[in-house]
Every structure is written in C-alpha cells, then in structure tokens.
Design a protein around this ligand. Sequence first.
Ligand SMILES: N[C@@H](CCC(=O)N[C@@H](CS)C(=O)NCC(=O)O)C(=O)O
Length: 211
Amino acid sequence: MLTIWGGASSRSMRAHWMAHELDLEYEARLIGSRTGETRTPEFRQLNPKEKIPVLVDDDLVLTESAAIVTYLGDTYGKASGLVPPPYTRERAVYNQWNSFIQMELDAHTLYVLRKHRDLANLYGEAPAAVATAVAGFHKQVAVADQALSGSNYLMADRFTGANILMTTTMQWAIAYEIELPPRVLEYTALHASRPAYRRAGRLNFSISAGA
Ligand SMILES: N[C@@H](CCC(=O)N[C@@H](CS)C(=O)NCC(=O)O)C(=O)O
C-alpha cells in the first residue's frame, strides 16, 4: 500500500499529481505545513526533516518531491514514458531539468521569498535577499521560456515528471504575483488543465497550510 503524506503545498502537489497520472491507489494523509502536524512523533519518525511530501511504499520511506515523482514513474509507470528510462541521455536531460527547477526556480528564488518575506516572523527580514531572489527567478525562468519555444514540453514532445515540477513551481510563482513570460503562462495553463492535475489538486488543496 502506498501512502502520500502532505497537502496544501506546491511540493506535495507534485507527489499527488504523479500518483494521479499513473492512476495509483494510495492513501492520502493530508497534513499541512506549519500546522504542527509535521512535528508529531509519528511523522518525525518518517521524516526527521519535518517536511512534506513523504511517500511510504511498504518499508521504503522517500522524502523530497522530485525523488518521489521519479520513483513513482520508475516503479509504477515504466510503460507510461512519464520518466525516461535510467542510463539514457533522455534521463540525463530529465535529471538536469529537475535539478534546475528545484534549485534555480524553487530553493534559491521562490523559497527565499517564502522564508524571508512571507515567513519573515520565523526566518528574519532580508529585503536584499528577496530582491536578488526575484531578479534571479526572472533570469532563470527566461531559460525555461527559451526551451519552450517550439514545444509545449521541456523535453521534445513528451509530458514527463519534469513538467510536473515545472508546472507546480510556475503555479507557485503565479500565486506570488510574479510576472511570467507569456509562453510560460500558456505552458502552465496547458498542463494544469490535465485531468490528473485537476483530480490531484482537488485532493491536495482540500486542506490549508498553517499561518
Ligand atoms: N526540498 C523539499 C522541500 C520540502 C518543504 O520544504 N516542504 C515544506 C512545505 S512546501 C514543509 O514541509 N515545511 C514544513 C513546515 O514548515 O512545517 C521537497 O521538494 O520536497
């Protein structure tokens, strides 16, 4: 039995979306960030980082949204093409996109806004870091914009887990009212209209994050 822990966030959405793309049966344990639910002894035993999402597959516990997306595709979707097979050039490019999205469009940029603007009461005010993060986001998203010229996908004409990471991250940027290039906006709307996205979104966003 599979279980996915976490809801209300863009990162937990990645795990739910992939599970829905693959039509997997799983239990959703919809705990929210900053609600105290990531600090219970039961959850800390699964993830001492106190973060969502977490995937449990029998005795395997996986944290990190990108790792979960890739694991689900590798394990339950070999024929789906959602994750390119290991040891291929396509897989290398897929990994490159996932690392780029996680680092350049998420951790170094949007997450800096999250921590040092929205949650400044917890992490401290850092206006210079926030301004640099916004500028860095614009610079890096322009690279993705270029890659989307002539294709609605980051990798040729195939929907992959990298599109799950990218779309959820762009939705996050939109929620932050960051101006996106028109092509990136169209790309985001296109993939967010997928039935699996809608089903996963109804579940993931049925709870709220803590304040
Ligand atoms: N790199 C991790 C980041 C996970 C993360 O930071 N999750 C946030 C929610 S989006 C969280 O669980 N925060 C816990 C809390 O603030 O209570 C991933 O992509 O899974």
